[in-house]
Design a protein around this ligand. Structure first.
Ligand code: AMP
Length: 190
């Protein structure tokens, strides 16, 4: 099994790398951001609330996220999965931990993609012209980055302490291909 978590601030390239690596290893790519963006298209009352929270750059409630992840992970049939964008809070981390315990599975690799705020700002502005995401603009990126610093960075540090042997820091300032090469090298070595 290859169960992988990607951490990193918004715009670090988690989604891009998670997609490439999931295809390379033939495992599922579970992007909570993508799942939520699909839910918004349903245009029901939950969708309206989600749109409001996400376009402001805030985090969606833990209950919604945990339910999504539980449903998706329980239906996994492949050789593993990549979690891209989850867990982002300590409540989500505790929930995931319980899931692993109950299902007798574990995390095999954790990649933390790091970039400076300056680079991520540039990337998000570029992405906004390509993907037209509501939350890819200069005002919202500040909120998204604050949410990262206030919640997710702490979760990342907890994992770094707890899973020293499988936690890998990745420099996200390189070109996409170079970052993929670095990740693949780690996967091959271990
Ligand atoms: P992403 O595509 O990972 O940048 O996520 C886009 C947005 O979806 C975030 O800014 C949050 O509003 C929401 N979101 C995605 N994953 C989570 C999560 N694990 N916890 C809370 N909100 C999330």
């Amino acid at each position: 099994m290859n169960n992988i978590i990607f951490f990193g601030p918004p715009g670090a390239g988690k989604g891009t790398q998670a997609k490439i690596i999931s295809e390379y290893l033939d495992i599922s790519h579970l992007s909570t951001g993508d799942i939520l963006r699909k839910k918004i298209l349903q245009k029901d009352s939950v969708a309206i609330q989600l749109k409001e929270i996400m376009s402001a750059g805030k985090l969606v409630s833990d209950d919604i996220l945990n339910e999504i992840v539980l449903e998706r992970l329980s239906n996994e049939e492949k050789n593993g999965f990549i979690l891209d964008g989850y867990p982002r809070t300590t409540t989500q981390a505790v929930f995931l931990n319980k899931y692993f315990k109950n299902s007798s599975s574990k995390i095999d690799y954790i990649f933390n993609i790091q970039i400076s705020f300056e680079i991520l700002k540039e990337r998000i502005i570029k992405r906004s012209s390509e993907e037209s995401r509501d939350d890819d603009n200069i005002e919202v990126i500040h909120t998204r980055y604050s949410e990262y610093l206030n919640s997710t960075e702490m979760v990342t540090n907890l994992y770094k302490d707890k899973y020293k042997d499988i936690f890998y820091e990745i420099d996200g300032s390189y070109e996409i291909e170079e970052i993929t090469r670095n990740i693949k090298e780690i996967l091959k070595k271990t």
